[in-house]
Structures are given as structure tokens and as C-alpha cells.
Ligand binder design. Sequence first.
Ligand SMILES: Nc1nc2c(ncn2[C@@H]2O[C@H](COP(=O)(O)OP(=O)(O)OP(=O)(O)O)[C@@H](O)[C@H]2O)c(=O)[nH]1
Ligand SMILES: [Mg+2]
Length: 302
Amino acid sequence: MGSFFGRLKKGLSRSREGLSQMLPGRNVEALSDAEWMDVEDGLIMADCGAVLSEALIARARKRQGGSVEALKQAMLAMLPQADATAMPEQGPFVLLVVGVNGTGKTTTIGKLATMFRQQGKSVLIGAGDTFRAAAVEQLAIWVERAGADLVRQHEGADPAAVAFDTVQRGVARNYDVVIVDTAGRVQTDRGLMDELAKVRRVIAKAYPEAPHEVWQVVDGGTGQNAVVQVDRFREVAGTTGLIVTKLDGSAKGGIVLQLAHHFALPVRYVGVGETLEGLMPFDAEAFVDGLLPSDQRENPEP
Ligand SMILES: Nc1nc2c(ncn2[C@@H]2O[C@H](COP(=O)(O)OP(=O)(O)OP(=O)(O)O)[C@@H](O)[C@H]2O)c(=O)[nH]1
Ligand SMILES: [Mg+2]
């Protein structure tokens, strides 16, 4: 756990350093108008977006002792509470994973499969990215390592058919968890977005309760475009939760706040690395702490 927070903190260091210059320090009781304006600029630079940044400042200023602590509380209040993912009492939990190209879908599925296996659950994965043989191979490696099972078809097969097969088999063989991978697609590609809608429809034909969740994987370094991506995927695929990856890189963490707030979607997990340990359940408090400069006296940085 320690290393996770370390990596998250390190990943968010750019945003934090930017904000540090704007924020006079966590102990300052009340900031001046000019200081608050600087803070607002800092939030915008950290990818929080102009509208949310203004709202955060307004909320923080309303709170007693309108300080960095008040800003933190305002941020926390804006993050929807993510309850633990509800597992169905009977039948498999079916998860569809969607998103733009290269955001980390397949890697994240590998990590999730491992996590579910470690919890003692049986896991079936569908290789719904049939565009490239390499995509299936990449998934197959993760699946084998996790000790999960894979449903695959030939290259170029209909992704909806793969999804249908996977869910049908998952139900028939009583798996605990079924996860369907999909090819990356840009939200402006009409044909591919229609295809995704079809994948979703067909999953429900195989098992009317499914999918229980549709998680969209977003690259934390995407910036404002992430808002457009989530907007369109939600419309087409019915996104129910978000996974924000690559927060160990040059991502500016404000996008997490912005997405969670704008769409009222829970952030389920965050990715902070390419390896297995690089996926962790989202912890709002740890995240906000990573984003904001810490109080140097109480909590010195290593
Ligand atoms: N640093 C870092 N890299 C990540 C993270 N998650 C995924 N990656 C890397 O991002 C790259 C793309 O990951 P994939 O899992 O193939 O992404 P994808 O969404 O399945 O890609 P397509 O199927 O091509 O759309 C790989 O090199 C991953 O190792 C993360 O949290 N941090
Ligand atoms: Mg992939």
C-alpha cells in the first residue's frame, strides 16, 4: 500500500508542485482574494477545468477558515462515493471494459483478473478485440498469468459474437466473474461506436442482467479531451464507472476530479504503473492528498 501511495504521490507531483506555487501553505487560515485567484489558476493548470475550479474555490471559501484544508474538503465533497462493486448473489458478475485506443484496457483487465483470482473467484475473459492477433496474444498472456480462462476467436471475428460466447459460457459454467475486453476506438468513429453498442446489446441477449458494470478506461494524461470521451462512451456503451490510468506518468490529476464530478461516475480504480501492483482501488482521500501540497510542518515529504 505504501508504495502505491508513493507512486500516486510521485505521479501527481507535477500538479502538486504547480499548486504549491499558488498556495501559500496548508496552515494559512484565510487567503486573500488575489491568493484565491492564483489557486484557481493552479487548479485549471492541474486539469480541473475552469468550471469545476471556480466551483471548488467558491465552496472552499464558504467554509470556515477557507484554507487549503477547506479546499481539500471541497474536493472530497465533489467526488462521488464509490461503494464496493456489488457482486450479484447468483450468476456471474459481468463487466464490459471500453475506452479509446491505448488507454490501458487490456492491461487493466489483466490486473483485475489477477485481483479477482486472488480473492478466490473464477474468472472468464473474452477477447473482444479481434482487430489484431497481437491484441489477443497480449490478453492471453495476462489471462494465463492470472490463472483465468479465455474465450477467443479468429482474427477479424465479430466482437459482438465473441462477447456473446463469453457471457453465455460464463453463465453456463458458473464463473464468478466475466470480463469482456474491447478494441480501443475513438469516440468520433461512428462505425466503431455502433459496433460497441452492439457488443453491449448482445451481452444482454446472452444474459439479461448483464453487463452489471461498464468501466471506461481513461488515460490520465489525456487532459480535457477525456471529458468528451466519457460523454460519448457513456451515451453509447452506458459507462457505469471509470478507471483512470497512467497517473504515475506526466498526468495532471485534476482530470480525475473533473470526470468524477461532471458525470457523477465513481472512479473505481486508478492505474499507477504497468505491472500488477500498478492498479489500486480509488481512494478519494489519498488522491486529494496527493494532489494538494502537504503541510510541510506536520507531514514532511520524503
Ligand atoms: N505507466 C503506466 N502505463 C500503463 C498503465 N496502464 C497501462 N499502461 C501501458 O499503456 C500501454 C497500453 O496499454 P493497453 O492495455 O494495451 O491499452 P489498451 O487500451 O488495451 O489498448 P488498445 O487495445 O490498443 O486500445 C501499455 O504499454 C501498458 O503497459 C499505467 O497505469 N501506468
Ligand atoms: Mg487492448
